[in-house]
Design a protein around this ligand. Structure first.
Ligand SMILES: NC(=O)c1ccc[n+]([C@@H]2O[C@H](COP(=O)([O-])OP(=O)(O)OC[C@H]3O[C@@H](n4cnc5c(N)ncnc54)[C@H](OP(=O)(O)O)[C@@H]3O)[C@@H](O)[C@H]2O)c1
Length: 251
């Protein structure tokens, strides 16, 4: 893809990694539609960027894929060069502690919604020779187990398979599909998934110590690779997931 202005959709852009990704694209002059459920954080993300727009929508809503496609049509004529499937939800629990609502929510947000949203913008992506970026998780790659977070991990392992499968399906149409798999990034996500703040702080401390580079990562360190994988230097890269985890998944 050329290094000119792009039209970008980022889901889950109100906080953390999604916010950093949205701002990284907006900061280089791209048009960005930032999607999430909560209007306040979305407005904060786009504040100060001339061509960044917020859309408050639940991506699990059956009407969401067409609402997003309609929004980019109204905002800038429907072009889509980049779709970043970043929104996710997690709920901790070992088998025996799971409840239907939490299991279904993780599958709906982390797998069903990216599949249907990507499908809704395939036409514009093909017209642009565009790129889909799926944000996975370093913890769910390979043959690792994830006790206590198995359903979330399964959705992220599934997303990784979607990345590889879509790369094969969409390569002939000129669309690249790549993944970025973060390690532990302090975005507050553990608290949103149900951990008390103190426990999350302890988790971050312990994971930082276990990480070969000796710390947790930042959202900006992940966002940088999303932008890099979209650019012309990655024009022959598809189906690949780049791990941005300070070496944690090797331990
Ligand atoms: N942080 C980490 O350590 C880490 C590690 C590995 C992978 N990841 C992955 O990196 C991505 C970003 O993680 P994060 O930690 O920055 O944030 P996060 O806690 O995973 O939340 C991401 C965003 O998703 C949005 N979202 C959730 N459900 C939604 C729905 N139904 N419709 C629309 N938006 C929805 C949330 O906004 P609303 O609640 O306002 O909708 C939030 O802005 C995720 O895919 C995550 O799995 C994170």
């Amino acid at each position: 893809m050329e290094n000119t202005q792009r039209s970008v959709i980022v889901t889950g852009g109100g906080i953390g990694i999604g916010r950093a990704v949205a701002r990284a694209f907006a900061g280089r002059g791209d048009r960005v539609l930032v999607v999430g459920r909560t209007p306040g954080p979305l407005a904060e993300t786009v504040d100060g960027y001339k061509e960044a727009y917020a859309l408050a929508v639940d991506i699990t809503d059956p009407a969401a894929p067409s609402a997003v496609a309609d929004e980019v049509r109204e905002r800038w004529g429907g072009a889509v060069d980049v779709l970043v499937n970043n929104a996710a939800t997690a709920a901790f629990g070992t088998l025996g502690e799971l409840n239907r609502q939490a299991v279904e929510a993780q599958v709906a947000v982390n797998l069903v919604a990216p599949a249907l949203l990507t499908q809704a913008v395939l036409g514009p992506l093909e017209a642009a020779g565009g790129v889909v970026v799926n944000i996975g998780s370093a913890g769910a790659l390979g043959l690792r187990a994830w006790p206590g977070n198995s359903v979330y991990g399964a959705t992220k392992a599934g997303l990784d398979l979607l990345t590889r499968s879509w790369a094969v399906e969409l390569g002939p149409r000129g669309i690249r599909v790549v993944g970025v798999a973060p390690g532990v990034i302090d975005t507050g996500t553990g608290v949103r998934a149900g951990m008390p703040q103190e426990a999350y702080d302890g988790f971050l401390e312990a994971m930082g110590q276990r990480t070969p580079l000796g710390r947790t990562g930042t959202s900006e360190e992940v966002a940088r690779w999303v932008v890099r994988l979209v650019g012309p230097e990655a024009s022959f890269v598809t189906g690949t997931t780049v791990v941005v985890d300070g070496g944690l998944s090797l331990t």
